[in-house]
Design a protein around this ligand. Structure first.
Ligand SMILES: *[C@@H]1O[C@H](CO)[C@@H](O)[C@H](O)[C@H]1NC(C)=O
Ligand SMILES: *[C@@H]1O[C@H](CO)[C@@H](O)[C@H](O)[C@H]1NC(C)=O
Length: 534
């Protein structure tokens, strides 16, 4: 039979070609440096990695991961000035050409210095050429920022250098000009990097996923300082312990949980809650230990934390922290001991170059004004004219947890609306290239109690089992890919509530702003069919 023998023959040819292709890919990987050219770049290593290999940490803050695909792991060092460089890794899957020929770079968190291995393991397994970098310095600290070149890398330059190097590496291993689509995703600092790309370098990425971006970054730091001073040190009259903040959240839920039409432990929109913390006020002779109540001074602290922040002359600085937020990550506790650095490190290593600078005794509103007036290489990341991005035809998908007590979600609403005003575009027009999804009960990138797994940056590591049980096509990443490549613009972003073992306990389709995720008035609130967009 003619037809079937031709079929058998072509099957044979395909098989032997792919066998040859595999062998040559491994050789190509080992010889990666041969013929590789990218400005100011040295190839540190290139290793063929097989699925199941454990990759250990290149720095103190990157957890080891198990490779979930076969790929060529390339390490590059790109000089950004005489005294700075960025380490970039590219994990280039063997099985790439028939998986969309895509690249995805994952951004950094906080001060950077940590390679996003967990996300790179995920994206390489999805077939993306997975790129990550160290933001220009190694380790989670800010002390190297006394060299302005290194801070400049953190603000934007490492992002560009890694983008260029990552694309060059991808083109080199698969053959010039093969790259079909490029994506970027990041949360927190990575969200800020995402917006920086959309604002200043609109041509680099076809699709950008910005989660909990630290937009208006200098104002965020100013606001953190004010919060730190308002809370005070543990033991001071103004201070609340984590248990006391938990009581505040419980009281918030008691007063406001039903505002969205259903008692489910979730504030669909915390901004609608008119919380009265005095409900927790101690009467004469009452104490926290005996009565679970708060002093008048502590109530003042609570009011400050949940109010917008103003500086000199009543100048608006930053939005309030969200009511009912996810405490475990929240500022108030961390600030008691300054663990994690935050704004104090910024003041020490960027603003003043004085490692003994003490925020608590030295910071005042004038310091804040000085910060706002300084350039810091564009760290604000607050450009609202996205016309370059609009013209590029590329897509920006932004989301922000409504329970984020590190970067208040209001900052993303404000940014969206500032873009709308600047460009004189209503949401129906912005929708063509910029969509924003508030995610109820999601903390900062991770954390929270509701339908808060959306398959976004930095999420995989804290939702065990999510990859096995949640269809990847519903993830924020693949939702963006679908928008970019098929024109399927998302109206909702699906969130999953997962048990500690990854079992799906609930689902919700979070609506794009300014539509509101609204309870239908009946039905199980853990079912997505009980909600609609209004
Ligand atoms: C910061 O201080 C260090 C140590 O005093 C000094 O070596 C460095 O040049 C300073 N950096 C700047 C930008 O002034
Ligand atoms: C960005 O922030 C700076 C303050 O650092 C401010 O002067 C400027 O007006 C802001 N730009 C926009 C578009 O809001």
């Amino acid at each position: 039979m003619r037809v079937s023998s031709i079929g058998a023959l072509s099957g044979l040819i395909t098989l032997s070609l792919s066998a040859v292709g595999t062998a040559s890919f491994i050789t190509d990987c080992q010889n990666f440096a041969t013929g590789f050219v990218n400005e100011d770049t040295v190839v540190l290593s290139s290793t063929y990695v097989t699925e199941g290999t454990v990759l250990t940490s290149p720095d103190i803050c990157t957890a080891a991961v198990t490779a979930t695909a076969n790929f060529c792991r390339v390490k590059l060092k790109v000089a950004t000035s005489d005294s700075s460089h960025v380490i970039t890794e590219a994990w280039l899957p063997r099985n790439w050409k028939n998986k969309g020929k895509r690249l995805l770079m994952t951004g950094n968190g906080a001060w950077g210095g940590c390679l996003p291995y967990t996300d790179m393991a995920l994206t390489s397994s999805l077939g993306f050429a997975a790129i990550g970098h160290d933001a220009g310095h190694s380790g989670p600290w800010a002390n190297e920022f006394t060299n302005p070149e290194i801070f400049k890398d953190w603000v934007y330059r490492s992002l560009l250098a890694a983008t260029k190097a990552g694309k060059a590496a991808t083109n080199h291993i698969y053959g010039i000009d093969e790259l079909s689509k490029s994506y970027f995703m990041g949360c927190s600092t990575g969200g800020r990097q995402a917006l920086k790309l959309a604002q200043e370098y609109p041509d680099e990425y076809d699709g950008i996923l910005a989660a909990a971006p630290t937009v208006n970054w200098v104002n965020l730091e100013f606001g953190e300082a004010i919060v730190a001073l308002a809370v005070g040190l543990p033991g001071s009259p103004t201070f609340l312990t984590q248990e006391q903040w938990d009581a505040v959240v419980a009281a918030t839920m008691e007063q406001c949980d039903g505002i969205d039409g259903v008692i489910d432990g979730i504030l669909e929109n915390p901004a609608r809650c008119d919380f009265r913390p005095e409900a927790l006020l101690c009467g004469p002779g009452q104490t926290w230990a005996l009565n679970g109540c708060l002093t008048p001074v502590q109530i003042e602290t609570v009011k400050k934390i949940y109010s917008p922040i103003y500086g000199n002359g009543g100048c608006y600085v930053y939005p309030a922290l969200p009511l009912g937020g996810f405490n475990e990550q929240g500022f108030p506790f961390k600030y008691g001991t300054f663990s994690g650095g935050g704004v104090q490190d910024f003041l020490r290593y960027v603003v003043y170059n004085d490692s003994s600078y003490d925020l608590r005794s030295q910071f005042n509103y004038d310091t804040g004004d000085y910060m706002i007036d300084s350039e810091f290489f564009g760290a604000q990341t607050n450009k609202t004219d996205l016309s370059g991005f609009q013209a590029s035809g590329h897509k920006l998908l932004m989301y922000h947890g409504q329970a984020d007590t590190l970067v208040p979600p209001t900052s993303s609403y404000d940014y969206y609306n500032a873009v709308s005003r600047e460009m004189s575009l209503q949401p129906s027009a912005l929708d063509q290239f910029f969509r924003f999804f508030p995610i109820s009960s999601l903390g900062h990138c991770i954390g929270g109690t509701g339908m808060n797994y959306v398959g976004g940056p930095s999420q995989i590591q804290s939702f065990p089992g999510a990859l096995d049980n949640v269809p990847i096509r519903n993830s924020a990443i693949m939702t963006l890919v679908d928008w970019v490549e098929k024109g399927n613009a998302p109206d909702t972003l699906r969130g999953y509530k997962l048990s500690a073992t990854g079992e799906i306990l609930g689902q919700k389709d979070h609506c794009r702003y300014p539509r509101k995720t609204t309870y239908k008035g009946h039905g199980d609130p853990n079912k997505r069919t009980s909600w609609k967009c209004v």
